[in-house]
Design a protein around this ligand. Structure first.
Ligand code: ZN
Length: 207
């Protein structure tokens, strides 16, 4: 949970504990985010096996914890809804559990398929979008990042958004962030470009 908090740039002591509830019948799929996170009882034992967690990983569980940290200002829905939550899966697997993400997922295959398919925006989601985020992370000059967490650009980006949200709360505005989706997306792209020292405007046409 400390790893989840660190990537999200929030205090390690959560306002409320995250909870998992395993049940024989849940409302959606094998697991879903929310409070509590729900999971199918047949896989509940995964949470009590630290050795397996450190070898096979806990991708699904961290994915759902990642969903709980997603904030709409930095999302490009529907494309990134099932992608940015995996930034937590990648971070916790690599930095906390010591499991290389290639052991739990294989992303380049999806990129090849996306390119061969004509690079359609409709195909830019889940794994393809995650790989894009990871490539931006890899191509970032990390030396100037304030929140330099395992050479990761995203805590710095999330922090900009959190500050905007918090400033908005204290001034009783909805948020001290752009109020239109287009402007918000531009802010995210500009901030990510500046933080990573990469020109990302080619994808500004999104949404
Ligand atoms: Zn999901």
């Amino acid at each position: 949970m400390k790893g989840v908090a660190d990537l999200a740039v929030i205090p390690q002591k959560f306002i409320r504990k995250e909870r998992f509830v395993a049940d024989v019948q849940i409302s959606l799929g094998w697991m879903h985010s929310g409070y509590p996170i729900m999971m199918h009882s047949s896989i509940g034992a995964e949470l009590f096996n630290p050795q397996d967690a450190r070898t096979k990983g806990l991708w699904g569980e961290i994915h759902e914890l990642g969903h709980n940290q997603q904030r709409s200002p930095w999302e490009f829905p529907p494309h990134t809804t099932e992608a940015t939550c995996n930034l937590w899966s990648v971070y916790v697997h690599e930095e906390v559990l010591g499991v290389n993400r290639e052991k739990v997922t294989y992303l380049l295959h999806y990129i090849e398929k996306y390119v061969k398919g004509g690079k359609n925006l409709s195909d830019w989601n889940v794994w393809t979008a995650l790989e894009t985020y990871l490539q931006v992370r890899e191509k970032t000059d990390k030396s100037h990042l304030k929140e330099n967490l395992a050479c990761n650009i995203y805590p710095s980006l999330f922090n900009v958004i959190h500050k905007g949200e918090n400033a908005g709360k204290s001034s009783r505005l909805v948020a001290n962030l752009p109020q239109t989706k287009v402007r918000l997306k531009k802010l995210v792209l500009i901030t990510t470009s500046v933080l990573s020292n990469n020109q990302l405007f080619a994808i500004q046409t999104i949404g």
